[in-house]
Design a protein around this ligand. Structure first.
Ligand code: ADP
Length: 549
């Protein structure tokens, strides 16, 4: 027997309609590439997104067509998210930090029909326009009088483009499984592959992300997503914020510590989200200038492991709660978030910090397990580590255009699980901790050494600004850890002092075999340490004579 409740499809346009009707005056504040601050409301966003959807329809964009963006976090990017997806087309966000050739490859693979870009990315548009025959117009996201004089055929500007659309657009209703968003993985090996999100997966993810033990977003919050809208939908915040009616603050291109701090204070930001490298910059600025946060209550840190030292600084020095989160492009992206439960509240600060260092607990909507290389499930004891597999309604089933074949691993009942490529432990309370990415884990004498653990310890040293650990070939032990360090400006520390700093904190055989000091560690397009680049950089490096024992 079927239930007798209404069948209303889960469409992202309904999130925005809700925000416009029930939180119509909640603000969206954007720092524009032009340098000024722009303010408007969810009601304005709804109207202009509708205008864009109508303009796209008149331009001949059909349901299922891909419309691309190369853009920072800002109100026009929000309009593109909702206008494109809301009319039944697919919003394809491209990471502008990728190499222009790779961007052109992605545009051609996706077959994008229009591309909207912020002025900062005009040089990219100029470099690739000739190589992207499917793109019918290049839309500069500026007012009509600021359209750049550039030699790009079919160049227009955003305001002129949407001017042809009606402000009274009738949003269509269609199957909730319709594709709405496309995001390519960074593709550290081989070509990038696309994750194609549906309306249903995105709306469910927005609900899940907003839950109190996930991000805990509410209409009383003022939320600043530092995490870019060009990478995995800014962790779903462009959908969770309007879903709850939170004020949004969009930082545009200025992601340095000073600019972020000023925006936090000027707009009363209560909640933010970003990768650890961004928070390193912010914390350095705040410490150097002896500043305090007057409104910031919590911040989500994810994308790569949050160093425990950073967690403690936020918590103990500034009273800001850190929510460690883990996920990936293929998971829309949220998988786990780390918040305390009832049983932890009576524990010491030290014990609570230990829990909070983990990547966290699965939200309803994500199931996970760890398995060995033969796909046998491993125990949840917080010690045994294995390959982390996930399944759920916002987890990928297959890549765009079926690239790479069927990625899923079936269980005994034939249900498919997605292999994350991460190695992790899960404890008896269900808290997951990433040991490493399977390709970064250091295999020494048949045992595994976690590069993340060694990096976290190095970053806790007061003279260290950033650190990375890679495995380098060793004749006897296969691989041994090499620590690469960037010192804080003006700080001094020696190789011996750093190695001594590890003593008593890790098993002796985990100690790095050598320490190298560098000016900078290469970061990838999403702000993560590029281990592939580091391994290349040190491919001719020979470890000092040492048996690694
Ligand atoms: P890409 O794979 O394209 O670099 P993703 O953003 O999808 O980009 O990266 C997902 C991966 O990032 C995860 O599989 C995991 O290895 C890593 N990651 C994400 N969050 C964390 C975290 N909190 N701690 C450790 N690793 C993380």
């Amino acid at each position: 027997m079927l239930g007798s409740m209404m069948d209303m499809p889960l469409l992202v346009s309904n999130i925005l309609r809700h925000a416009a009707r029930h939180h119509g005056d909640a603000e969206i504040v954007s720092r524009r590439v032009e340098g000024d601050i722009h303010r408007y409301t969810y009601a304005d966003l709804f109207r202009r997104a509708g205008q864009l959807a109508d303009a796209l329809t008149r331009e001949g964009v059909r349901p299922g067509d891909r419309v691309a963006t190369l853009a920072w976090n800002g109100y026009r990017h929000m309009e593109l998210y909702y206008g494109v997806a809301g009319m039944g087309a697919v919003i394809h966000t491209i990471n502008p930090r990728l190499h222009p050739d790779q961007i052109a490859w992605i545009i051609n693979h996706a077959g994008d029909v229009h591309l909207a870009f912020d002025l900062s990315f005009l040089p990219i548009a100029q470099a690739i326009a000739d190589k992207c025959p499917t793109v019918r117009s290049w839309i500069a996201m500026v007012d009509a009088d600021r359209q750049p004089a550039a030699a790009i055929e079919r160049l227009t500007n955003y305001e002129q483009f949407i001017a042809g659309g009606s402000t009274d657009y009738q949003w269509p209703e269609f199957d909730e499984n319709t594709a709405m968003g496309l995001c390519y993985t960074s593709g550290t090996t081989g070509h990038p592959k696309g994750a194609l999100y549906s309306h249903r997966s995105t709306v469910l993810h927005a609900y899940g992300a907003a839950l109190p033990d996930a991000m805990g977003a509410s209409a009383r919050d003022c939320i600043l997503p530092v995490v870019p809208m060009f990478h995995v939908n800014a962790w779903g915040l462009p959908f969770s914020c309007p879903l709850v009616g939170a004020k949004m603050v969009m930082p545009g291109a200025q992601l340095d510590g000073k600019s972020l701090y000023e925006l936090f204070e000027a707009e009363g930001v209560t909640f933010s989200a970003g990768v650890p490298t961004v928070w390193l910059g912010l914390l350095q600025h705040v410490a150097q200038n002896k500043l305090r946060f007057s409104t910031l209550q919590r911040t989500v840190v994810g994308g790569s492991a949050c160093p425990p030292a950073m967690l403690r600084t936020f918590r103990e020095d500034y009273g800001v709660e850190v929510i460690h989160a883990w996920g990936m492009t293929e998971m829309s992206p949220l998988g786990t978030l780390c918040r305390l439960q009832n049983k932890h509240l009576k524990q010491s600060d030290e014990a609570q910090s230990k829990v909070l260092e983990k990547q966290g607990h699965a939200i309803f909507g994500v199931d996970m397990k760890i398995v060995d290389d033969e796909n046998h499930e491993l125990p949840w004891d917080g010690k045994t580590f294995g390959n982390l597999l996930v399944r759920g309604p916002w987890v990928i089933r297959e890549y765009f255009k079926g690239e790479g074949g069927d990625p899923l691993i079936p269980d005994a009942q034939g249900k498919g699980w997605f292999p994350t490529g991460d190695v992790a432990t899960i404890d008896a309370d269900g808290y997951m901790q990433i040991t490493d990415r399977s390709k970064d884990v250091i295999k020494s004498g048949g045992e595994w050494i976690s590069s993340i653990d060694l990096e976290n310890l190095a970053i806790a040293h007061p003279a260290v600004a950033n650190a990375a650990v890679i495995g380098v070939p060793h004749p006897k032990w296969d691989e041994r850890p090499l620590l690469v360090v960037v010192k804080k400006p003006g700080a001094e520390v020696t190789r011996e002092e750093l190695l001594k700093f590890y003593e008593g904190k890790v098993a002796k055989w985990w100690l790095p075999d050598d320490v190298l000091f560098v000016d900078a560690i290469p970061l990838g397009a999403t702000g993560k340490i590029l281990k592939t680049k580091l391994r290349e950089q040190f491919q001719d490096y020979k470890l000092p004579q040492n048996d690694g024992a």
